[in-house]
Design a protein around this ligand. Structure first.
Ligand SMILES: *Cc1c(COP(=O)(O)O)cnc(C)c1O
Length: 402
């Protein structure tokens, strides 16, 4: 273990909510109007209007969670029980979980060394499975070349639903994630870019898809109270054809989200300053590799990923422990069993094994670290130095020995 400085910050402490959010929450609680349809010009309706505008989408629906938004988008798009749905092998468990929730079957697609979906494997799996839909996960904020992906999807006749749980505020070129396909889904869960404890958002330009989603979410036929939904004529069929699968957002959560959405740009700049500082420090290390991020990828990095390619499990575990001993909490995606937020496809026994040798090789050497906004760039520099020193000590030595 290195003899250098120890970092004292706390990796899992969320920022307090802004004063405007606390005040808005207090107003909602004092009114007693916590259900979205008991409020006149409600917080949820306003949040939907404001979020739709922020990404340039026509329609938006707020939901009870990000995972619920994903399953609702699939169902509203017409995915039915037994349908195969393509998705990234490298993603978080709620994504295959959303596919399973509609009774569909996740078909996992390989991950590249830069942590994005492998387009050639996508074509292979689409042909082999007969899938009509890709649920693309921008996992840990890494965005695949969306122009290249769109061309592939057109050629393959695949519809796109985006999981933007890690890309709120991010875009490929000038076009925000969530607006490239049939629908985009976001999470407002505490460990994402805005914090309402739980919550989700769906955006789309498709009036029929949004009408179905609104009824499915449990609108009790009060869809005329939405401000970012199509007008009543779009609901003629949806109102009769769609079951109520209650999963609405409430006024309290929307109230705390609106000021955070308005300030997302500032938060994004702070996150990226932390990310870029750690990345610069790690770029000097020969023991770790950073995924390549093209200029068109306008990320909002609330975490950072780095790799020790070809590392043994024993060395990876030693690296995590050595960093922890110096106060730096990192996670490893290669462990045999599921831990916290690093569960990976091999742990999803319910889904059945799918051969993904390329993804397995990437995950075996992949590390992940949160970038809490409570940290500043001096913290980020110290963290980067500790990571580089410990990587040098563990992996360079392992190489000599091996
Ligand atoms: C968090 C997350 C979601 C949605 O999660 P909820 O906890 O249901 O809001 C979806 N995809 C990814 C990649 C996530 O990390």
């Amino acid at each position: 273990m290195g003899a250098g400085a120890i970092f004292k910050g706390e990796f899992t402490r969320p920022e307090p909510l802004p004063a405007a959010a606390v005040e808005a929450a207090a107003r909602v609680m004092a009114s007693g109007r916590l259900h979205r349809y008991t409020a006149g010009a409600g917080e949820v309706a306003s949040l939907e209007r404001e979020f739709a505008a922020s990404v340039g989408a026509r329609y938006c629906l707020a939901t009870a969670s990000g995972g619920y938004a994903l399953q609702l988008a699939l169902r509203a798009h017409g995915v039915a029980a037994g349908d195969p749905v393509l998705t990234n092998a490298f993603t978080l468990s709620p994504v295959p979980g959303a596919i399973a929730a509609v009774g569909a079957v996740p078909v996992l697609v390989e991950t590249t060394r830069d942590l994005v979906i492998d387009l050639d494997h996508l074509a292979e799996r689409a042909a082999a499975s007969g899938a009509r839909v890709l649920m693309l996960s921008h996992m840990r904020g890494h965005i695949v070349d969306m122009a290249a992906l769109s061309a592939r999807l057109d050629a393959l006749g695949l519809a796109l639903i985006e999981d933007c749980a890690h890309t709120m505020g991010a875009s490929w070129g000038d076009r925000p994630t969530g607006t490239w396909g049939a629908a985009g889904c976001f999470s407002t869960q505490t460990y994402k870019h805005v914090n309402s404890g739980e919550g989700g958002l769906i955006v789309t330009d498709d009036a029929d898809l949004m009408a179905r989603a609104v009824v499915l979410s449990g609108s009790y036929m009060l869809f005329d109270r939405h401000e970012a939904a199509p007008d009543a004529s779009a609901f003629a069929d949806a109102a009769l054809d769609m079951p109520n699968m209650s999963g609405r957002m409430d006024e309290l959560r929307a109230a705390v989200l609106r000021p955070q959405i308005a300030a997302l740009g500032q938060a994004a700049a702070r996150w990226n300053a932390l990310h870029d500082t750690v990345a610069e420090t790690l770029a000097a290390s020969s023991a770790l590799r950073l995924p390549h991020r093209p200029a068109a990828e306008r990320y909002v990095a609330s975490s950072i990923q780095f790799m020790a390619e070809g590392a043994s499990a024993e060395a990876a575990e030693r690296f995590v422990a050595a960093c922890a001993a110096r106060g730096v909490a990192i996670k490893w995606f290669g462990s045999a069993g599921p831990h916290g937020y690093t569960s990976r496809h091999a742990h999803w026994r319910w889904l059945g094994a799918q051969p993904l040798a390329k993804t397995d090789a990437v995950l075996a050497g992949l590390f992940d670290m949160r970038l809490p906004l409570a940290f500043d760039t001096d913290d980020a520099r110290l963290i980067g130095t500790i990571l580089a020193e410990e990587a040098e000590a563990v992996f360079a030595r392992a190489e000599v020995a091996g």
